[in-house]
Design a protein around this ligand. Structure first.
Ligand code: PFF
Length: 461
């Protein structure tokens, strides 16, 4: 059974769509608050090291597997002849479903904030807790968001995903730069920069390392086959190694800039940097207010609208993973698969929706061993899906490529579209990373930190 799968129309289309998947709430919402929780610059440094050293080679591998097989993450392992490894694909599907289920809630916040900004409600920053607890309102925004995501995905690859990404990404970039420059002019900006840029290595606990690793994978959309899926729509003359470098640099660059923008704002308002998931939502409205009513409304609305768009190019890629699986493996029509899964994921997200104050059961969901305060349901899903499943997925993908599929096959696929790669230092680096650095570091960190976070067993303290 062959169903027409579609393909990206252009080089730049793929790169922007993949960068669109990578750049999202992870960069602008999650990165700053993880930096805040993780004690600042030491976290930033670990995050950067993980992105370039570990994630880049995994990204190259994912895209190569996708392009080679032209399949979804489950089908890809099967198509290469290793049926048992399809379990990695299934795990990726699960991670994607879980991530989208709570991601969509936060996207609902972003969209809701856009509507508040349009009305000039700068007070919303101090009312964040009440806003997030209003499950009916946020649920409605989330539902709307999921519907738009589904609509784009149902339009297929080049028409839907590619077109949206081309227009939205550059605009977002410009707005962040402008806000960053403004942030630098505020009183106390320098304190924010110090927190962000001068590392205090005593802050590096296993929990922080774990969060930095999870953040790197999450931010780059790795470890769950999103880039296997996007890679499956890439043409053979595309240069994978360069494309992956561009995607990584864009993603890391935007996260880094978002921090430059946010911490001066946080410190200039005298807010604590470890405010958690509400950080940007609490901080930014007050900043927009200082711009004066008219400009504040314009910039504030533009910011949250673009944040919603950034989230949209990511939710699209998250939804595309299970959809491509149903289309390829079960021959289900794309449009039907899309709406079915979107609805299902929305429902799976309801406990996350309720876990920010609306229901006390989900808000204080569970107290993990070795900790004395309960975490909410949404945070727990984050721990499991992005902080654990993604790095484990990355670990398995690197082991698979190095020792099962074998490096010469990877190199062959990478050289298709990039003859100069053969024998270059970059190829040597990717080889070494995928065979030794990634499996060892990912394996060790995951084991140490899972014991630490979920079981309260501190191997290092
Ligand atoms: N990379 C996205 C972000 O930083 O917001 C989140 C994400 C998208 C994670 C797609 C995983 C994924 F497959």
């Amino acid at each position: 059974m062959t169903v027409s799968r579609g393909e990206f129309n252009s080089r730049v289309g793929f790169i922007l769509a993949a960068a669109g998947s990578a750049v999202g709430l992870g960069n602008i919402w999650k990165f700053p608050f993880e930096v805040g929780k993780g004690g600042g610059a030491a976290f930033v440094l670990m995050y950067l090291a993980f992105c370039f050293l570990l994630c880049y080679p995994v990204m190259v591998s994912e895209i190569a597997i996708g392009r080679k097989t032209r399949r979804n993450p489950v089908g890809a392992f099967k198509a290469l002849g290793f049926r048992r490894w399809a379990i990695v694909g299934y795990m990726g599907l699960m991670a994607g479903v879980l991530i989208l289920s709570f991601y969509n809630v936060v996207a609902g916040w972003a969209f809701g904030y856009f509507l508040e900004m349009v009305q000039g409600n700068f007070e919303i920053g101090s009312q964040f807790d009440g806003f997030a607890a209003d499950w009916m309102k946020v649920g409605l925004y989330g539902f709307f968001f999921m519907a738009i995501t589904a609509y784009i995905v149902s339009n297929g690859i080049s028409n839907g995903i590619e077109r949206a990404a081309k227009f939205l990404m550059p605009t977002l970039f410009l707005l962040i730069i402008a806000l960053m420059i403004y942030a630098m002019t505020l009183p106390n900006a320098i304190e924010g920069l110090k927190f962000y840029l001068i590392p205090d290595f005593s802050a590096l606990t296993p929990t922080v390392l774990y969060a930095a690793l999870g953040q790197a994978f999450f931010s780059l959309s790795l470890g769950m086959g999103a880039l296997i899926t996007y890679g499956s729509y890439v043409s053979r003359d595309q240069n994978i190694v360069t494309a992956a470098a561009f995607i990584t640099l864009t993603d890391v660059g935007i996260a880094f800039l978002a921090g430059f923008m946010l911490f001066p704002f946080v410190f200039s308002q005298g807010l604590p940097p470890d405010g958690g998931a509400g950080l940007i939502f609490v901080t930014l409205p007050g900043v927009f207010e200082t711009l004066g009513a008219t400009l504040g409304i314009v910039i504030g609305s533009a910011f949250f609208l673009l944040l919603s768009f950034a989230a949209l190019t990511s939710t699209v890629s998250l939804l595309e993973v299970p959809v491509s699986y149903l289309v390829d493996e079960h021959g289900i029509k794309r449009s039907r698969a899309v709406w079915l899964i979107a609805l299902l994921i929305f429902l799976i997200g309801v406990p996350s929706l309720l876990s920010n104050g609306a229901s006390s059961i989900f808000t204080n969901f569970v107290t993990l061993m070795g900790s004395d305060s309960p975490v909410d349901f949404m945070t727990l899903v984050g721990y499991i899906a992005n902080d654990t499943m993604l790095p484990v997925g990355g670990f398995l993908i690197s082991v698979f490529v190095a020792y099962v599929w074998k490096k010469h096959n990877l190199n062959e696929e990478l050289a298709t579209g990039d003859e100069d790669l053969r024998g270059s230092w970059l190829q040597t680096y990717i080889d070494i990373a995928i065979s030794y650095i990634c499996p060892v570091i990912l394996g060790v960190i995951t084991v140490v930190t899972v014991l630490d976070r979920f079981f309260g067993i501190h191997l290092f303290s």
